[in-house]
Design a protein around this ligand. Structure first.
Ligand code: PRP
Ligand code: URA
Length: 217
């Protein structure tokens, strides 16, 4: 699937690690380690177009012109709770000047619609703001859509929002792109479809449960 503003990161190391986290027999250590590597590749791609400015610095040998990230912009990393937390540490490592604004919602088991439970985002955001929304799974697209709408209503230009997922279903991409053609999506893979329970197939199962090992047998 080739779509405007949708980037599927095709790096072999990312693909290798996707196979690790998809596999149901992967150990906890392997899962966490592979997830971390995947997050680097996704965020590296998502941050490629960060605005820069030219500055003069002095190395021990001479003065040189070089580029740094433009601090005129406000950068926001917005993990969708809970599974979005799995990508957050890497995002902060790569872009420590960003503000982390959590958006809390879960998908209702019956309706599959997102239910908000946490939002402390300010009422208004500065005009020059770039938002990076993190969520490993783009399934129906309901959660993603609600979080994009949140930032758009607070004045952020759609062109300044990037949605980052590890896996996406075609249905979720379609939902987001229909509502917001200019939204940028960076994803590790686009899977076949959703099953009757709106889970991504083949997918990796429940991302939050697997990342946090939250199911007690
Ligand atoms: C998962 C996932 C997304 C959402 C995707 O979260 O992390 O947020 O479902 O589904 P959608 O595209 O159909 O909205 P979940 O609601 O299970 O919450 P969790 O992160 O707390 O496990
Ligand atoms: N949430 C998940 O964690 N996995 C899916 O496949 C769909 C929604």
């Amino acid at each position: 699937m080739i779509m405007k503003n949708v980037t599927v990161v095709n790096h072999p190391v990312l693909k290798h690690n996707l196979a690790v986290i998809r596999n149901k027999t992967t150990t906890r250590e392997q899962f966490l380690s592979a997830f971390k590597k995947i997050s680097y590749f996704l965020l590296e791609t998502a941050f490629l177009k960060l605005p820069t400015k030219t500055v003069l610095i002095e190395t021990p040998l001479e003065t040189m012109k070089t580029k740094v990230i433009d601090e005129k912009y406000t950068y926001i990393i917005a993990p969708i709770l809970r599974a979005g937390l799995a990508l957050t540490e890497t995002a902060i490592e790569l872009l420590p000047q960003a503000h982390v604004l959590h958006v809390g919602m879960y998908r209702d088991e019956k309706t599959k619609k997102p239910v908000w439970y946490y939002d402390k985002t300010p009422d208004e955001l500065p005009q020059k703001t770039k938002v990076f929304i993190l969520d490993p799974m783009l399934a129906t697209g309901g959660s993603a859509l609600a979080s994009v709408e949140l930032f758009q209503k607070k004045g952020v230009n759609i062109k300044d929002i990037v949605f980052i997922s590890v896996l996406s279903a075609p249905e979720g991409i379609k939902t987001l792109k229909t509502a917001y053609p200019d939204l940028k999506i960076v994803t590790g893979d686009v899977d076949k479809c959703l099953n009757n329970n709106a889970y991504i197939v083949p997918g990796l199962g429940d991302a939050g449960d697997r990342y946090f090992n939250s199911l007690i047998p």
